[in-house]
Design a protein around this ligand. Structure first.
Ligand SMILES: Cc1cc2nc3c(=O)[nH]c(=O)nc-3n(C[C@H](O)[C@H](O)[C@H](O)COP(=O)(O)OP(=O)(O)OC[C@H]3O[C@@H](n4cnc5c(N)ncnc54)[C@H](O)[C@@H]3O)c2cc1C
Length: 390
């Protein structure tokens, strides 16, 4: 059975499009690629933020950059100045448009919208034969970025649930120079809950209620808290809703569906190892995976999964999340300490997966030793998991 496609990508979101773009530009041995995406059309459904630590392909697409971030509790605050590595926002709509343009400009990749594929048939000796609304497709390899399953309590150490509204006010109420990364002042006692404010202009901002908790929360659960957060931030100004975004990101110990044993099949994306446990952030990690995976496919190899974090990062993230889960009332103080005591370049490298040993030591030194030692003695270290960085 000769394959129709060298690679079938299931799900054309961030991970699927990131890989497809790279293969469109430079296919090597992976010339025929099909992407099946459930959505009929793309919308501006998320705002990807990350620190710009080196020039990359999205530099010209970034719409906002900030050099100042603040973290506040009800008692204290800390700020982080990052002019050398600004915090920047890539709007999803801009990313989706760009990816589609790149794909259209080359011949090898076909992106089909409005195609939902459930499950997968068993693998044959020479690949998969898949019935799709477009007809039968024979695929030699598969990258599957569909979410493995619905978030439920117990499938991750914590879930990061959030609901955000971009609001436009009739007067200036925001400081466009400073991102409120975490404002814990209004969080309920006993929960890790904060407001995130991305000021897009003096009269426009994305205001987001965020909860880290073993229980995942949908938008309806967060609606009342989010309403109060918006009212507080607009300070009496008349305002209109521009758009909404929400998400539930895994933080640590994610249980994913089994991959199967085929080396020609690979699960990728948010629910398959892309998210950094300590932050839930995944965008840059997905870009690094897409580079590495495309490079392997170009040489005729099989798709590769996300690289796992170094052992020390795994232990530090896990311990931090365990402390948050067990003692959520300490969260505001811990985050303020980190942002107040760790020099900005070190903290940004730590959060962006580029930490040196000295950066990690600086993070450890900023946190209360007795609290972390107590939890470490209770849980111990875990063996490293996943595919190591090459
Ligand atoms: C609102 C929001 C904001 C975020 N902000 C940040 C941030 O600031 N920084 C950061 O680093 N990370 C952020 N993240 C986390 C992460 O970067 C994103 O979730 C990212 O989109 C994950 O990429 P993905 O490809 O795994 O999933 P998605 O981008 O969700 O792509 C999965 C795709 O699969 C499709 N699909 C699902 N089921 C099927 C099916 N059965 N058949 C075919 N297609 C299917 C979906 O329609 C979707 O397009 C954010 C996430 C969300 C939700």
């Amino acid at each position: 059975m000769p394959a129709d496609v060298d690679l079938l990508i299931l799900g054309g979101g961030c991970a699927g499009l990131s890989l497809a773009m790279r293969l469109a530009e430079n296919p090597g041995a992976c010339r025929r690629v099909v992407v099946l995406e459930a959505r009929e059309r793309y919308e501006n459904d998320r705002s990807w933020c990350f620190w710009q630590d080196r020039p990359d392909r999205f530099d010209t697409l970034v719409t906002y950059r900030w050099n100042h971030l603040a973290v506040r509790s009800s008692r204290s605050s800390a700020s982080l100045r990052c002019a050398a590595t600004p915090y920047q926002l890539l709007e999803a709509a801009v990313f989706y448009d760009h990816a589609q343009q790149v794909i259209r400009a080359h011949n090898g990749v076909q992106l089909h919208l409005g195609v939902t594929l459930s499950g997968l048939p068993p693998e044959q000796p020479d690949g998969w034969r898949i019935e799709t609304p477009l007809g039968t497709l024979r695929a030699a390899r598969i990258v599957d970025t569909r979410p493995a399953r619905r978030p439920v309590k117990g499938d991750a150490l914590l879930w990061q649930s959030f609901l955000g509204h971009e609001v436009l006010c009739d007067r200036s109420v925001f400081d466009p120079g400073c991102v409120e990364l975490m404002d814990f002042a209004d969080g309920r006692p006993g929960t890790v809950e904060f407001t995130y404010v991305l000021p897009l202009a003096a009269d426009r901002a994305l205001v987001e209620t965020t909860v880290f908790d073993p229980q995942p929360y949908g938008p309806a659960d967060l609606a009342a808290r989010q309403h109060s957060a918006v009212l507080k931030r607009v300070r009496g100004a008349a305002h209109s809703l521009v758009r909404t975004e929400n998400g539930i990101l895994p933080m640590g110990d994610l249980k994913t569906a089994p991959d199967g044993s085929s080396s020609r099949y690979c699960a990728a994306g948010l629910h398959s190892g892309a998210a950094r446990p300590a932050t839930g952030y995944a965008f840059q990690r997905i870009q690094r995976w897409a580079e590495a995976c495309a490079a392997t496919l170009r040489l005729g190899g099989n798709p590769i999964p996300h690289a796992s974090d170094p052992w020390l990062t795994q232990q530090m993230d896990r311990l931090f999340l365990q402390v948050l889960a067990a003692e959520p009332e300490r969260a505001a103080d811990l985050f303020v300490r980190l942002f107040a005591r760790v020099p900005a370049p070190r903290l940004i490298r730590f959060l962006s997966d580029k930490a040196t040993l000295a950066d990690r030591a600086s993070v450890v030194a900023a946190l209360p030793p007795a609290l972390f030692l107590r939890h470490l003695l209770r849980t111990g270290f875990r063996p490293a998991t996943g595919r190591a960085h090459p």
